[in-house]
Design a protein around this ligand. Structure first.
Ligand code: FE2
Length: 432
């Protein structure tokens, strides 16, 4: 007797016609034609069942604050940072909790099972830290929230930031963050990387730095991050987020840099929606795209995971907690158009970020957590093309969110009355 069986599922790796049986919060069996009884049975009808989406880069302390206290008129990263500085003293812990919980509801309904959120520690009251630690506690049963101590104003540039960051880690924040390109000088940026990596090494923590989020081809803190990771033995525990300067760097230098990043076992976290919106703002034409070298990093053996970064906040006024929107943008801007590349873009919002976050029990195998999402699409490429509804979101073997299938209604004489957006199969199966 199982708690739940999802029948006739297609998995992202192409396996078809499988039944997924869940018991005790885990996947207990994964094979075709399971006949045992279950408390609940869902017929996937051959549609795609994926492990949950993972958003490895987000700012939950700022989300859903759009318009407070005003809009970002220039659309630039720097006006966003200034606007956030205006909002911080105005908001309360209760307000941050309320917004964050509303966002978590949306994220769960969109099939997100884990989020790594940066939380600004440049605030002597640590309001964001207090709020998000409470949110983490409240959502723990249905959403894994990992917090990064993020010194938004620069851990050296802001005189109180280092002490506040240390306090945040003492309070239980999980990961050490940084923003070396925002420090006053290139040297101060390099010093910040060293100091923050040493803190992580001493405490046995992971590192995730906003790194080189600029169009400056000479912003090279990722090189320092790779070096410090090697020096301190932090391989596999460190991520570089954004890395947009790599877009503009000299090609010869990059040919040296990518092997260094791979050797240090860094994870790379581009944020396609935000990077395409914020970068290149000082250019006329041609305008740089501002996404890091996704294909080259991946082909260099680096784990590349896409993050969403922002939803309705001082930096980005759109967003809907849809990691397929993120994959869709990453696919286009990175020109990842082959069938293999498009399938990889699905991995970049599922298994790759799970690896960067060090999630345990993630995946669709016997013994993994019984967490999964049933999508109204037949394979990962169709999922990115349609960005369809999440028919069922399952956590620990229980349906925690659901949505009716999206079927259009036509009122045209002589034409069929219903339009199923998933009814247009390619001539060759997309996973063939
Ligand atoms: Fe960010």
């Amino acid at each position: 007797m199982f708690d739940l069986i999802v029948k006739n599922a297609t998995l992202p790796d192409g396996r078809r016609g499988l039944d997924i049986a869940c018991a005790g919060g885990e996947i207990a069996a994964l094979e075709a034609g399971i006949t045992a009884q279950a408390g609940e049975v869902i017929d996937a009808g051959g549609l795609l069942v994926s492990p949950p989406f993972v958003d490895v880069h987000f700012h939950m302390d700022a989300t859903l604050s759009l318009g407070r206290p005003r809009m970002n008129v220039s659309g630039t990263l720097l006006e966003g940072i200034a606007l956030w500085g205006e909002l911080k003293p105005l908001q309360t812990v209760e307000e941050i909790i309320e917004r964050a919980l509303r966002y978590c509801d949306l994220a769960v309904s969109m099939g997100i099972g884990a989020i790594r959120s940066h939380v600004d520690v440049c605030d002597d009251e640590l309001k964001g830290v207090q709020a998000l630690l409470e949110v983490k506690r409240q959502v723990a049963d249905y959403l894994e929230l990992q917090l990064v101590a993020f010194p938004q104003d620069g851990v050296l540039r802001d005189p109180a930031a280092l002490e506040n960051l240390t306090r945040a880690l003492d309070m239980g924040v999980d990961v050490v963050g940084g923003i070396p390109h925002f420090e006053r000088t290139m040297q101060a940026g390099a010093d910040s990387v060293r100091i923050l990596c040493e803190i992580a090494a001493e405490r046995g923590l992971m590192v995730d730095m906003h790194c080189d989020e600029t169009d400056d081809p000479l912003s090279r803190h990722i090189e320092t991050l790779a070096h410090e990771t090697q020096r301190l033995g932090l391989q596999g525990r460190v991520a570089g987020s954004h890395l947009t300067s790599m877009h503009s760097m000299d090609n010869y230098y990059v040919s040296k840099l990518i092997p260094l990043i791979a050797e240090a076992g860094l994870h790379a976290i581009p944020n396609p929606l935000i990077n395409i919106m914020l970068q290149g703002r000082h250019d006329s034409y041609p305008k740089r795209r501002g996404l890091t070298r996704v294909r080259e990093l991946r082909d260099g053996g680096i784990n590349v995971a896409f993050g969403s970064d922002c939803v309705m906040d001082p930096w980005y006024s759109l967003g809907r907690a849809c990691m397929l929107d993120v994959a869709h943008m990453g696919l286009h801007v990175g020109q990842l158009s082959s069938r293999e590349d498009m399938r990889w873009c699905f991995d970049a919002v599922t298994v790759n970020p799970a690896r960067a976050m060090g999630l345990e029990g993630y995946g669709l195998e016997v013994g993994c957590a019984a967490d999964m999402v049933l999508l109204q699409a037949r394979d990962p490429i169709e999922a990115i093309r349609l960005r369809p509804v999440r028919l069922a979101v399952i956590r620990a073997g229980r349906v925690i969110a659901s949505c009716a299938p999206q079927i259009g209604a036509l009122a045209l004489p002589g034409r069929p009355g219903r339009v199923d957006p998933a009814a247009y199969a390619p001539r060759e199966r997309s996973d063939a």
